[in-house]
Each structure stands twice: as structure tokens, then as C-alpha cells.
Write a protein that binds this ligand. Structure first.
Ligand code: DP6
Length: 365
């Protein structure tokens, strides 16, 4: 598929008003997206578990304008309060998606959004937030074009979400989503995420992700800046080719259920992501002392007990502890006994693999 397949054409019969609502989850990358080309095209393919508990719920109320407006007309409420400072991001998103959603300037939108996780948790909400927004816009498109099929609906939602935030394209569906063109994965695309098309062993079907909130403050470097720094990065070429190799290696690992090899790739990906940040110019460190304490304790516990449990990191200090259903009791006990002490105010979030976004009903629409 190409970008042009997502352009909405023809004479549009625009409904007067309505309301749509979606809840979209966050996701955690196993092979990381870090580095991009123009137009939100990833420099390498990535793959993630879709999460369940960490999610954004967004509704859009839309009212048709008499005449199409010169600029986008919208108000944004975050957790019940008008949020002027979130508007530029949404404005940029509308600008990037207007070609594919030509009705945007025909409406006045009221966008209401909230997260299931605390705003100051250090958990990025761009993936779940942009996914929920893209799905709401697709629901409006479906009112205009009721004949669109589910497959197209979700593909275009992922395509639009990507234009808001790259990793958001992996937050539409569950439970194992791959994004970015790979010569060895049929139908893989730089434009949207797809269901991982190969065999996946039961070991990977009920994974847990306990997110240890090590540092809840704002990150010192945004992902956008971090992606940019990959352009002049001395190790970029090697890194992108390593991501391809890791994705290829996962094929037999997912099929056989080999947890040890899985954990090795996932941890190596997390450390490589942070190594890229530490070796860019300017360089920066997003891990905190407690991030390293937790990593060392996970390694010691795994060595001593052989419990299949590993960590991964986003572009921040928080640690995602990943383990299969079979290790749940031991893992939770260990986290409570040994790791919670390293979390800010003892806070952590128990999440697990999820099935993707859900549409919620609204009184109107
Ligand atoms: C470290 O998707 O937040 O979480 O496309 O600029 O919005 P933008 O970046 P973003 O980058 C996510 C980076 C990551 C790795 C990943 O999720 O693959």
C-alpha cells in the first residue's frame, strides 16, 4: 500500500454533528524504534507488546461549520481542564493528516482526553494518546464513508497515529505488533503497524509488564530530539542493521518459546537504545542510579532462581519488568520485596499484554 491509498476522495456527505470515543493502550517495544526519516518513516523496523492497563481515553465531539474554516477549529480538555499547551501538538497532527482527512477544516471539534496512569508518572502518553485520537478521526471518517472495511479502518488508524507519534502506530491493535519494512516479514510497512504474522508460542501470549516508576519528572530530552540525533550518529548504520538482525532472530524464538534468547534480545535492545543516547552529540543519560540498581537486582535474582524475567527501558528512567504468566507469583513477590524500594514513592503499575484499542459508546453520535 502507498500513502495515496489513504487519501479520502470524492464528494463527501458530511454529518452535522456527533460524538465518538476510543480507549487506546500504550505499548512497550521489544526491538526499538530510534531514528527516523522525513514524514515519520522509521529508520529501522520495530516490534512491541501492546499493553492493557496503561491507556488513554479520548472523545471528539464534532459540529459541522457553515463554511470550511481557514484553520483547524478545536478545543482540548485534558482530565476535564482546558489545555492550551497541548494544542500545538494536535495542530501539527491535523496539518500532517489533513491530506488524508479532508473534512478536518469543516468541523469544530471538542477533544476530551484522559490517561489511566498519572500524568506525572514519566510514562509517555504520546503513543496511546495519538492512537486514541486517530481512531476517533477514523470513526468520523466511517460516518462519512460507512462502507469502509475493518481492515482498512485499523490500517488507516495506524497510519494516521504514526503521523502523530511513530510508536503510536503500534497502539491500535494487539497483541504483538510489528512496524517498519523488513525484507523477511510479508506485508510489513513503514506506513503502519501489522499483526506479527509468524507463529508465536504460548509463552509469549500472556506476558506481564510491571512498570517501575523510578523517576516521575519530565524527561530532559524529548524523543523527537533523540530521534534527530541519530542523523549524525557515528554508530547509526550499525544500529539500524542490528535492529533488523534482532527482528529476524525473534522469528525462531517466538516460534519455539525460547525465553532465554528472548530476554537476551530485549535487554540488549534496551541497553543499545540508551547507548545511542550516551554516544550522540550532544550526549545524555536518561537512566538514574535506581534504574541501574533495579537492573542489577533483576540479573542477580534471575541468576539465583532461574526465574524468566527481564527488563526493558523506554527513553526514560522507568524500568519495565517483563515476565511470562508462569513466573507471575515469583516475579511479583520479588518486585515487592526488592525493587519497589527503588521506585519514586514506591509507585509501580502492573500491566500486561492487551488486545488493542476499544471503541466506547457515547450518548450522541
Ligand atoms: C524509545 O514514538 O515517541 O519509545 O515519532 O518522535 O513521536 P516520535 O517518537 P516516539 O519514539 C519512541 C521511542 C521509544 C522506542 C519505541 O517505542 O520503539
Amino acid at each position: 500500500m502507498t500513502e495515496n491509498d489513504f487519501v479520502l476522495t470524492g464528494k463527501l456527505a458530511l454529518p452535522m454533528l456527533g460524538k465518538v470515543c476510543w480507549k487506546a493502550p500504550s505499548n512497550i517495544a521489544l526491538v526499538k524504534y530510534w531514528g527516523k526519516k522525513e514524514n515519520q518513516i522509521p529508520a529501522n523496523p520495530s516490534i512491541s507488546f501492546t499493553l492493557d492497563a496503561c491507556a488513554t481515553t479520548t472523545s471528539i465531539t464534532y459540529t459541522r461549520l457553515e463554511n470550511s474554516a481557514a484553520d483547524f477549529q478545536f478545543e482540548l480538555y485534558f482530565e476535564g481542564k482546558l489545555k492550551e499547551d497541548f494544542k500545538p501538538k494536535i495542530h501539527t497532527f491535523f496539518k500532517r493528516t489533513e491530506r488524508f482527512l479532508p473534512f478536518l477544516k469543516n468541523y469544530e471539534f471538542t477533544i476530551e482526553t484522559s490517561n489511566s496512569f498519572p500524568h506525572s508518572s514519566g510514562i509517555a502518553s504520546s503513543a496511546s494518546g495519538m492512537a486514541a485520537l486517530a481512531l476517533c478521526l477514523m470513526s468520523i471518517e466511517k460516518k462519512i464513508r460507512p462502507d469502509i472495511k475493518d481492515d482498512f479502518f485499523y490500517k488507516k488508524a495506524s497510519f494516521l497515529a504514526r503521523l502523530g507519534s511513530g510508536s503510536a502506530c503500534r497502539s491500535i491493535e494487539g497483541d504483538l505488533i510489528q512496524w517498519g519494512s523488513s525484507p523477511h516479514i510479508p506485508n510489513s510497512s513503514d506506513l503502519f503497524g501489522i499483526h506479527y504474522p509468524f507463529e508465536v508460542h504460548g509463552n509469549f501470549r500472556n506476558f506481564h509488564d510491571t512498570i517501575l516508576l523510578v523517576h516521575k519528572g519530565q524527561k530532559t530530552v524529548s524523543s523527537t530530539v533523540g530521534h534527530d540525533l541519530m542523523h549524525e550518529h557515528p554508530f547509526a548504520k550499525e544500529r539500524f542493521s542490528q535492529a533488523h538482525k534482532n527482528l529476524d532472530k525473534l522469528k525462531s524464538i517466538f516460534a519455539s518459546g525460547d525465553l532465554n534468547s528472548f530476554m537476551e534480545i530485549v535487554e540488549s535492545e534496551a541497553l543499545t537504545l540508551h547507548a545511542m543516547m550516551m554516544t550522540s552529540l550532544p550526549y545524555f543519560i536518561l537512566m538514574k542510579p535506581n534504574t541501574l540498581e533495579i537492573i542489577n537486582r533483576i540479573w542477580a535474582f534471575r541468576d539465583a532462581t532461574k526465574t524468566p524475567m527481564c527488563f526493558t527501558l523506554d527513553a526514560g528512567a522507568n524500568v519495565h519488568v517483563l515476565y511470562p504468566e508462569s513466573a507471575k507469583e515469583k516475579a511479583i513477590q520479588f518486585i515487592q520485596d526488592e525493587l519497589v524500594a527503588y521506585c519514586e514513592n514506591g509507585h509501580y503499575i502492573c500491566d500486561r499484554i492487551g488486545k488493542g484499542a476499544k471503541q466506547l459508546s457515547t450518548a450522541i453520535g
